[in-house]
Design a protein around this ligand. Structure first.
Ligand SMILES: Nc1nc2c([nH]c(=O)n2[C@H]2C[C@H](O)[C@@H](COP(=O)(O)OP(=O)(O)OP(=O)(O)O)O2)c(=O)[nH]1
Length: 133
């Protein structure tokens, strides 16, 4: 089975709302919500992978903060280890959906109402519990 290590960003605005990204028809698992990010390349540090992926997907620079969750989920054809970190957008940048269907800011209480990629559920739970970071 293919095994990949993926990093995801938990980006919050001044109110504490969380940036949620909807996977598009051009991606696997279309219609599910995720934390923006992607696969770590060989030899790449997780924080550097997250900075690179967020630049590609959202067009903003981020500073990577504390770990939120580290969870491995076995999908039918791939095993994904998803490591999520808090991340702060630098220099007042505005995130744009360059690859996703759309982006939405949701309060922590509202997160559970979205259909998340299964690997993301522990991150959502950690945010609801107020742990991580
Ligand atoms: N970026 C991101 N990927 C996630 C999350 N949760 C989750 O299961 N994944 C999965 C989806 C993909 O299989 C993989 C991320 O790979 P990727 O973003 O580099 O995308 P990819 O090139 O493999 O191609 P694709 O899956 O988008 O079609 O991890 C998440 O919160 N963020």
């Amino acid at each position: 089975m293919k095994y990949i290590v993926v990093v995801g960003a938990v980006i919050r605005d001044a109110r504490g709302d969380v940036l949620c990204a909807l996977r598009s028809d051009r991606m696997s698992m279309p219609g599910l919500w995720e934390f923006p990010g992607g696969k770590i390349e060989p030899g790449e540090a997780p924080e550097d992978a997250l900075i690179r992926e967020i630049r590609e997907e959202l067009g903003v620079e981020v500073e990577v903060g504390a770990l939120v969750a580290d969870y491995t989920h076995a999908y039918e054809t791939v095993v994904v280890r998803l490591i999520t970190y808090f991340a702060a957008i630098a220099r007042g940048g505005v995130p744009l959906a360059k690859e996703h269907e759309r982006l939405e800011w949701r309060s922590v209480e509202e997160l559970s109402a979205l259909a998340w990629a299964p690997a993301d559920v522990p991150t959502v739970e950690a945010l609801r519990r107020g742990t991580g970071g």
